[in-house]
Design a protein. Structure first.
Length: 201
């Protein structure tokens, strides 16, 4: 009993009467007086570092076409690109009709589950990284494509030019060589002489 009282006295801080309650608090929690943080003591707040933003191009490819598009994102993260920018960059609206949709792939000819799918609400494609190379997948509008009439190119078909119309050259001082175009085949030399022909070519 005496030993317990001596241990308890080791945690009692001799304070003036108005601070007697602090003595009881220290005793109840069995805290050393040196573990008490004084009210009003300033503590250092943890510093929050600003995220590092990286910017640069990505490469987008469709068939043999290859273009670059600028993106930005936090270091170690990923960014987004606008599908409209990709369509304009590769002129895909000239090749496809209707309400077609594009997606990006990290590899060429990979399963659809590997796609970076376009956000249906904002037309944004997430998951791209600066320096990355991506292949464009086009999800066609089947109804619009079916309505397009396409004529296959035929390199052997050459439009024939209209035959050049010829007139009587006798009227210009040169006897005609073809009776079909001459207005006076029998008198072609006389007509030509009358128009300046000297009698020889």
């Amino acid at each position: 009993m005496k030993k317990s009282a001596e241990l308890a006295n080791q945690h009692i801080v001799q304070l003036p009467h108005p601070l007697a309650s602090l003595t009881l608090l220290l005793l109840s929690f069995r805290l050393s007086p040196f573990q008490v943080t004084l009210v009003g003591e300033e503590t250092a707040e943890p510093t929050v570092s600003e995220p590092i933003i990286v910017s640069g191009p990505i490469t987008v490819r469709y068939n043999h076409y290859k273009e670059e598009l600028a993106v930005s994102h936090e270091e170690g993260g990923t960014g987004r690109v606008s599908s409209a920018q990709v369509v304009e960059l590769l002129s895909l609206d000239y090749a496809f009709s209707g309400d077609f949709t594009i997606h990006l792939n990290k590899m060429q000819s990979v399963p659809r589950m590997k796609r970076l799918w376009q956000d249906k609400t904002g037309g944004q494609i997430p998951g791209v990284e600066v320096g990355g190379e991506y292949w464009v997948d086009v999800q066609e509008d089947d109804e619009a494509e079916a309505a397009v009439v396409r004529t296959p190119y035929n390199p052997d078909k050459v439009e024939e030019a209209a035959p050049r119309e010829e007139g009587c050259s006798c009227l210009f001082g040169n006897p005609c060589m073809d009776s079909y175009t001459c207005e006076n085949w029998a008198g072609r030399f006389d007509v030509a002489k009358a128009n300046g022909w000297k009698g020889y070519s």
